[in-house]
Design a protein around this ligand. Structure first.
Ligand code: URA
Length: 483
């Protein structure tokens, strides 16, 4: 049937979506409808539970395309906007997506028309969904509940209540699984629930606010921590409300402090200016406590990107501590330092020098991955000196606990994180630099720097890198022999 025939015969199709966020289902139906030339005004898209709809009873027989392989045009930009827009709570979103898809068939460049009302609308929906996801990443607050397993053993279960504006819960599950992989947690929302037991993610029915715990002793700690990282010098009330709309406040323990913090901001700002430095809460005293705290750290903007904090790893009491710049893309996904390409260069260099990585404590000067999004790729961005200095607090806390005798800084950012000032690698390498805690710092190039070079320049830098690691090994051997 042609489009005209559908209209003439008054044929009307009703598509009942199994779930409000089922983009794959919508896409498959939309494809078939386009292949059958069904115009947008002949289709109704009905979400589960839609009330008051004339069409909410049963799917009208779907047309079958004569040629299921007939190409359907959908630009990359359209698809990327459509995937997000499909999660918006606007009941007309699927009709909009179909109308755009239909129009794309005759005008493949339509998505470039910024004045087009449909294009503008899909962009608005996309933006609102991305913003909702960002808010969820930033504002979900878990509260601890003590539970017992079948054998009566106590375990901690972290439960959060969150009210997303759009159908993002299922799509964002992966973010929380990655970020809180080792915790047992549940996220409860009015539209459904997610439950992670450390291995398996389950979905559950909608919940009510009263199903989630309303507070626990950890909140005091959380508040204390927040009060300490709150930077009155940066207080901008308008911007704060924009970033942290009041609707989220009720779920966030730290927001109870906001009026007090705002009132005290002026006073604290003067004190900070006088002291010339940021204040933090007491330094965490275990690596676990640092790990938890860095996940909550938003002291600089890097922590608010879509990433997870990457904690150092290695034995307590390791004689050697290796410090990189910041986690890269792969480290961020894996939640472990130096597991990507730079990690391979490092591992090869350590092996060649005879240094056992498993006996070293490996960490980074900056705990979160800083990047810019380019299409699907996340491109590394170097942290600023200020960001490195801010994150120094965590690296120093790790150092105070691990107590290495020798610290190896990989690259200029790591060296800055350890020294609090910028040094040139060429000048600093090859000699130990004493640190305040009695340990000694050795500086070498960052392995990513070697990866960016080629030809003779790379060979030369590889030689210097190998020589630095050999010097470190020699010093470690001397330390092992010393009484
Ligand atoms: N580069 C770093 O500096 N650290 C990592 O963990 C990975 C790459």
């Amino acid at each position: 049937m042609t489009a005209l025939q559908h209209v003439k015969l008054g044929t009307y199709y009703v598509v009942n979506l199994p779930d409000p966020d089922d983009f794959a289902f919508w896409r498959e139906r939309a494809r078939a409808l386009v292949q059958c030339d069904v115009p947008p005004d002949r289709v109704a898209w009905v979400e589960p539970g839609a009330t008051g709809s004339l069409f909410s009873h049963g799917e009208r027989r779907m047309p079958v395309p004569d040629d299921p392989d007939r190409p359907v045009r959908a630009s990359k930009r359209y698809l990327s906007l459509a995937r997000n827009a499909a999660l918006h709570s606007d009941p007309d979103r699927f009709a909009l997506l179909y109308r755009l898809l239909w129009r794309l068939q005759s005008n493949p460049r339509m998505m470039e028309d910024k004045a087009d009302a449909d294009v503008r609308r899909i962009e608005e929906l996309d933006k609102a969904v991305r913003r909702d996801a960002h808010k969820m990443h930033a504002f979900v607050r878990f509260r601890m509940v003590e539970e017992r397993d079948e054998e009566g053993q106590p375990h901690e279960h972290y439960v959060a209540w969150f009210e997303p504006d759009h159908h993002i819960l299922r799509r964002e599950a992966g973010f929380f699984v990655r970020r809180f992989a080792s915790m047992r947690w549940s996220i409860l929302t009015p539209a459904g629930t997610l439950h992670w037991d450390g291995e398996v993610l389950r979905e559950g029915p909608p919940a009510q606010r009263g199903d989630a715990p309303q507070g626990d002793p950890a909140e005091d700690l959380w508040r204390k921590y927040y009060a300490s990282i709150f930077n009155p010098a940066r207080l901008k009330i308008g911007a704060m409300l924009k970033e942290m709309p009041k609707k989220y406040w009720k779920n966030m323990p730290e927001t109870a402090l906001i009026p007090e913090l705002v009132a005290g901001a002026q006073r604290r700002e003067s004190a900070m200016v006088a002291a010339g430095e940021l204040e933090f809460a007491e330094r965490p005293e275990t690596l676990d406590a640092i790990d938890k705290a860095i996940h909550a750290c938003r002291q600089c903007p890097i922590g608010s990107l879509d990433n997870q904090a990457v904690m150092g790893e290695g034995p307590l009491g390791a004689v050697l501590m290796i410090v990189g710049e910041q986690p890269g893309d792969q480290e961020d996904l894996a939640g472990r330092p130096f597991v990507g390409p730079a990690g391979q260069v490092l591992d090869a260099g350590l092996e060649e020098a005879g240094i056992d990585r498993r006996r070293a404590y490996v960490t980074n000067a900056v705990k979160h991955f800083k990047y810019v999004q380019r299409g699907k790729r996340r491109l590394h961005q170097s942290p600023t000196a200020k960001e490195i200095d801010t994150c120094r607090w965590w690296q120093e806390a790790e150092r105070a606990i691990v107590k290495p005798k020798l610290v190896l800084a990989l690259g200029a950012s790591a060296a800055r994180g350890l020294l609090g000032k910028t040094v040139s690698i060429a000048k600093a390498r090859g000699e130990p630099i004493p640190l305040d805690d009695g340990s000694e710092l050795w500086v070498t190039a960052h392995p990513s720097y070697l990866l960016r070079l080629d030809g003779p320049a790379r060979e030369e830098q590889q030689r210097l890198f190998a020589a630095d690691l050999a010097a470190v090994k020699e010093r470690l051997d001397q330390m092992a022999e010393a009484p």
